[in-house]
Design a protein around this ligand. Structure first.
Ligand SMILES: [Zn+2]
Length: 409
């Protein structure tokens, strides 16, 4: 067990790679480069490095979700202090409010939200398809009603590219259809094939100065459809490949199955991104199956709900047993919250519905996730990922519960 201080030092030494470059408001010739630094001998895990116009970061990476241009309750400076290297922005939400053209006039998303490090924007597919009866799909695109005011909108693959271009994202995603679980084979097949055609249309309108473009593999829980999706998209040639349509309520073991089917078919020298995942245990498992990027609302949403990740499992801070508990949330954690506050105080803040409760809890949960990724990277670097995996899958270790719809922030 490493001390909190050691943990902090390690986190600091593993994060010096992010250096925001001098930039003007609108960058041309967007740079994107991915290289594998080291491969694990006992699994498919890879230690990698991504370079963008807004700095570099090492992978496997966890991207906190900044749905509406903010990682809920924290400032960019606090994210940097936690060790966050890149964040996710949500195209759907930013398009509806304040509008991508407004953000463009205000200097682009990085300037608007005062975040100088890389930003990955999702395409909005997941949110649009979560609208259920409020949306209608055609070959051309998807018509939907805003969840804010009911106003009608029509998004096409080309429009989604334009929005992400205007936002100034570093990594953009193609428009895809995220099918619910369970769905019939026939429906998933039709949808996956359309998602592939939409990916091609995104590629066709791509400009030289556009963000890096990642395709999204779909195909539900059907092996042949997943494989067909990968083969079709890989032939088109993208700068990265995301695995979508998981963590939507399917049995937990299915995620490993899908990753085992897909990753051997993906080009080795491009990043793999598992969208909307997941628990700490999900992340370790997926890293071992060759995944490089993750995003999830779990640490931030759980924090606001008073559920906190610790080295000895999840705790619910509202429980009476913490009423006079002077100890920090996690004695091994070096985050700001654990360095200064007791469980008793955090419980009081939560029960009193103080805004500070969300802030302190989010700082801790995000630090927990970022530090987890730092430890994973160290373990790959030092050739001991398998031992690390075993030590984190004990009954009292990381949580195993599978969250449904964790991406729908
Ligand atoms: Zn902490």
């Amino acid at each position: 067990m490493i001390s909190g201080h050691e943990s902090r030092l390690r986190a600091e030494t593993l994060h010096p790679g992010v250096q925001a470059r001098t930039r003007t408001t609108f960058l041309k010739n967007m740079a994107f480069h991915f290289e594998i630094i080291k491969k694990d001998s006992f699994s498919q895990a890879r230690l990698g490095r991504v370079e963008t116009d807004h700095g570099s970061f090492t992978t496997p990476v966890f991207l906190p979700v900044g749905t509406q241009g903010a990682v809920k309750s924290l400032t960019p400076e606090e994210l940097v202090e936690i060790g966050v290297e890149a964040i996710l922005g949500n195209t759907y939400h930013l398009y509806l409010r304040p509008g991508h053209e407004t953000i463009e006039r205000l200097g682009g998303l990085h300037n608007f939200i005062h975040w100088e490090r890389p930003i990955l924007t999702d395409s909005g597919g997941f949110q649009i398809f979560s609208l259920g009866s409020l949306r209608k799909i055609s070959e051309e695109g998807v018509t939907f009603q805003s969840h804010l005011d009911g106003s009608p909108h029509f998004l096409t693959p080309e429009k989604v590219m334009e929005i992400q271009r205007v936002l100034g994202s570093d990594i953009a995603m193609v428009l895809d259809e995220c099918v619910p679980y369970p769905s019939s084979y026939e429906y998933v097949k039709v949808s996956m094939e359309r998602t592939s055609r939409w990916a091609k249309r995104c590629l066709e309108v791509r400009r030289e100065d556009d963000p890096a473009l990642f395709a999204i593999v779909q195909g539900g829980i059907y092996r042949d459809l997943r494989e067909k999706s990968v083969q079709t998209l890989v032939k088109m040639g993208f700068q990265g490949y995301a695995i979508g349509g998981l963590s939507v309520g399917e049995p937990k073991s299915m995620m490993s199955d899908v990753l085992e089917w897909i990753t051997p078919l993906l080009p080795e020298n491009t990043p793999r991104y598992l969208m909307g995942v997941g628990t700490p245990e999900d992340i370790i498992n997926a890293v071992m199956l060759g995944v490089d990027f993750f995003d999830c609302v779990l640490p931030t949403r759980n924090a606001r709900n008073g559920t906190l990740f610790t080295s000895s499992g999840k705790i619910s801070i509202k429980q009476a047993q913490y009423a006079e508990d002077r100890s920090p949330l996690d004695k091994t954690c070096a985050c700001y919250t654990c360095r200064h506050y007791s469980r008793a105080y955090l419980r009081h803040l939560y029960l009193s519905k103080e805004i500070l409760s969300s802030r302190l809890n989010t700082i801790h949960n995000l630090f927990y996730y970022i530090t987890l990724l730092v430890k994973i990277k160290e373990a790959i670097q030092e050739g001991r990922l398998l031992d690390f995996y075993k030590s984190h899958t004990s009954p009292h270790g990381l949580e195993t519960e599978f969250p449904a719809h964790v991406q729908s922030n």
